[in-house]
Design a protein around this ligand. Sequence first.
Ligand code: PLP
Length: 383
Amino acid sequence: MKPIYVDNNATTRVADEVFAAMRPYFCEEYGNPSSMHSVGGRIGPKLREARRQVADFLGARPDEIIFTSCGTESDNTAVRAALATNPDKRHIVTSRVEHPAIGSLVSSLTREGYRVTEVPVDSNGCLDMIKLESSLTPDTALVTIMWANNETGVIFPVEKIAEKCRARGITFHTDAVQAAGKLPIDLSGNRIDMLSISGHKLHAPKGVGALYVRKGTKFSPFMIGGHQEKGRRAGTENVPGIIALGQACELAGRRLEEENTRVRALRDRLESELTRLIPDTRVNGTTKERTPNTTNISFANIEGESILLMLNEFGICASSGSACTSGSLEPSHVMRAMGVPFTMAHGSIRFSLSVYNTEEEIDEIIRRLPPIIERLRQLSPFC
Ligand SMILES: *Cc1c(COP(=O)(O)O)cnc(C)c1O
């Protein structure tokens, strides 16, 4: 049985076109682009093409793109670069709902003497813009705010935030891992200084990412070593991964329309049918400013893990908002930041779709889930 995969915010399948593009770079064109011979020499133009593909997708210039190993590395590089180039400033502003690639990093920086402001969100997951603005000080080295949230899909007004930062001379970075391929991104038309993307959230393989650094932004490398990436990121290039990311970006640009029409319609139907057929549900996150592929729904009085296990019996792969797997039964930091009531926060399920999902798959989830919830509620000590 082919699984029904609706966990695309965790990772995505590699697109056939992407796999075909990267495949020759393992056993045939395996050269090191730094080598002085023909095997290595053929790689350089391919890397240039990939860099142009990523740049075009983001509305950037090729020399503003630095290839990295993942979204986490891009985020870490951006944060460290902003701090290293603003050595007298000791304050960082972020949101309460960042991915751990930013959240855990920034928390750890308090041990290095940085002061961190985590801007709260409201019950719909929307950022408190007044708090954000009032938290900016002359001591602020960096503002880092995600473009779209991985758990809820809620979109933050990062272009507006970037302008406020620019006006105060503060570096602004955004984690756009969940925005890329779902929202149009045009860095030539905004004031964002640095932006992170990750290959495996975008139908490229795991182990490749990119960091955009606007021309003129002060930068300091995170990985020190060879002269790769113009000295901005040392380490022999992940050639197949970079070629895959270039191809994936080009493909994502072409599929953006489908993502915002067909995929959005599938998501909307899944959400409206589940909330219609099942009593005591709550959609977590505003339904206005949201990525087209994500819905996060709470089912009162039951555990998300139980729902996931039962969905898995039918080959349906989704994700839950609570972090039971990490040994605690705490709801996720995102659900807590939104103040989702205890009885709701534990039963939250994230469905994240992609262009590979079909109408039939969505029908199957709509058919399978209501009896699962009914059964679990009969067993629940809370009901
Ligand atoms: C997945 C994800 C990351 C981390 O990307 P990796 O490539 O897995 O390191 C960072 N931010 C967000 C919002 C993500 O969803």
